[in-house]
Design a protein around this ligand. Structure first.
Ligand SMILES: NC(=O)c1ccc[n+]([C@@H]2O[C@H](COP(=O)([O-])OP(=O)(O)OC[C@H]3O[C@@H](n4cnc5c(N)ncnc54)[C@H](O)[C@@H]3O)[C@@H](O)[C@H]2O)c1
Length: 429
């Protein structure tokens, strides 16, 4: 299939048989010896060829940053062509239904992206090659580089490896710095994404050359919109992990990373280390008409959040949740239901598992452990609705107001879910 697609990109006419010449299709093609079947194959291949041509034309018209050599880039079906004519899928559907071939699996953009990223983790050479065309997100001492937009918002800033290399050399780095990039993932346009900490270079000089500002992650995370915030959080977490795992904890010897940076290896102890997250349970407890929020003394003034706590070794998620609520506010919860999860970069990498739980109204007396929380109390739907309107933390001198974690935080999602359920009468004791 790869050969076929490359030929199409070169603009050459393709013999339909080429379509059958690789992978699982090869064997099937050989079995079809009757002339009639060959004719059918040729017809379908031509139809498929027109489908691919259609897709590539779409890509050429719509792709802002073409990528040159990644094999996954050749994947013919991505989400964007779907928006054009559904008729373009007809030949492919015919082919798939006629052959019952595993091509359908390659045709999911998501599947090919995931497999591509996995291959880059396993194949150092492929990863080094992908670095040239991949997007590199720069960090300086773990602060991501952001750019101002015309609309006064912020966005991430990234260069391709081949564009970044001369910049780095010009700023005094030797040629090897680029190879310290760590693979983050793959964009929907099938472009590998990397992060690189250039903390060894002069910060102002990099900012000037790259046209952006390095912003502390705590600020950047909340300035960025949509998928960009978790992307930089993931990048920073990976870079931090490499910075703090340079030595084997068993032998004290230096560890070596693979090209993708998805693991580090100690050759003395034959130990492989992988980036770690600490599991945390976060729960919004309801008594049917109110929800329970708490605050630590270290929180900014007026901020209340859902109750959270780290999993202890050997605990199930349910056990952690029940223990944390019991420890912090002296309640015993029931009816635990899963909501969602997120990677949370602060202060280090936590894996937040968010749940709802309830207590009966007859047993909702809060008994706060003040060594853990400064305060915890029940909030009505009206109070929550009011607090959700507060878009920015109150400033010094403003009247005291309750405010809630920002939308990027899974606690915010839990609170919104609870409020929606209350409004629609779906929550009960
Ligand atoms: N994303 C969100 O919506 C959201 C909301 C609330 C809390 N959080 C995060 O959840 C995490 C836990 O919240 P918390 O209020 O219990 O935090 P915390 O930082 O106050 O931790 C409480 C205690 O847990 C122990 N601890 C710290 N790190 C640990 C680890 N890696 N493993 C086991 N125990 C550890 C320490 O004794 C610490 O005092 C924090 O990282 C916090 O930032 C996220």
């Amino acid at each position: 299939m790869e050969k076929f697609l490359c030929s199409r990109l070169d603009g050459e006419e393709v013999e339909p048989t080429v379509l059958w010449s690789t992978g699982p299709l090869k064997h099937r093609g050989r079995q079809r010896c009757e002339a009639e079947k060959q004719q059918q194959q040729k017809k379908k291949a031509v139809e498929v060829s027109s489908f691919f041509r259609c897709c590539f034309t779409y890509r050429q018209q719509n792709q802002s940053s073409p990528v040159r050599s990644s094999p996954v880039r050749s994947s013919p079906v991505r989400s964007s062509p779907v928006r054009s004519s559904p008729a373009m899928f007809r030949p492919l559907r015919i082919l798939l239904s006629a052959t019952k071939c595993p091509l359908s699996r390659c045709c999911s953009g998501y599947v090919s992206r995931m497999r591509y990223v996995n291959r880059l983790k396993e194949d150092d050479d492929a990863c080094a090659a992908a670095l040239q065309n991949g997007r590199i997100f720069l960090f300086h001492s773990l602060s991501p580089l952001l750019q101002h937009t015309d609309r006064g918002t912020f966005r991430t800033s990234a260069l391709t490896g081949s564009d970044l290399q001369p910049v780095l050399e010009n700023l005094g780095s030797d040629g090897s710095l680029l190879k310290e990039s760590v693979l983050i993932g793959c964009s929907e346009q099938n472009q590998a994404q990397f992060c690189l900490d250039v903390g060894e270079l002069d910060q102002a000089a990099v900012e000037e050359r790259c046209g952006g500002t390095f912003v502390d992650l705590r600020k950047a995370f909340f300035l960025l919109k949509g998928a960009e915030a978790p992307l930089v959080a993931k990048g920073q977490a990976l870079l931090r992990w490499h910075q703090t795992n340079g030595f084997c904890s068993a032998t004290g010897q230096p560890t070596q990373r693979n090209q993708a940076g998805s693991q580090r290896f100690c050759s003395s102890s034959s130990t492989t280390y992988y980036p770690q997250m600490s599991p945390v349970m976060i729960v919004l407890v309801s008594d049917g008409t109110r929800c329970l929020l708490g605050r630590q003394a270290s929180f900014p003034r007026g901020l209340y959040s859902a109750l959270a706590g780290f999993c202890n070794m050997g605990e199930t998620l349910e056990e952690t949740l029940r223990r944390e609520v019991a420890e912090e506010v002296g309640l015993e919860v029931q009816n635990i239901s899963y909501s969602s999860s997120q990677h949370w970069p602060f202060p280090h990498s936590s894996f937040m598992v968010a749940c709802h739980a309830s207590v009966s109204p007859a047993h909702c007396q809060v008994d706060v452990d003040h060594s853990e929380l400064e305060d915890a109390r029940w909030f009505s739907l009206d109070e929550i609705t009011c607090a959700l309107q507060v878009k920015a933390p109150p400033r010094r001198g403003d009247p005291p107001a309750i405010w809630l974690p920002p939308p990027h935080a899974v606690a915010n999602r839990l609170i919104r879910e609870w409020a929606d359920r209350q409004r629609h009468g779906k929550d009960g004791p």
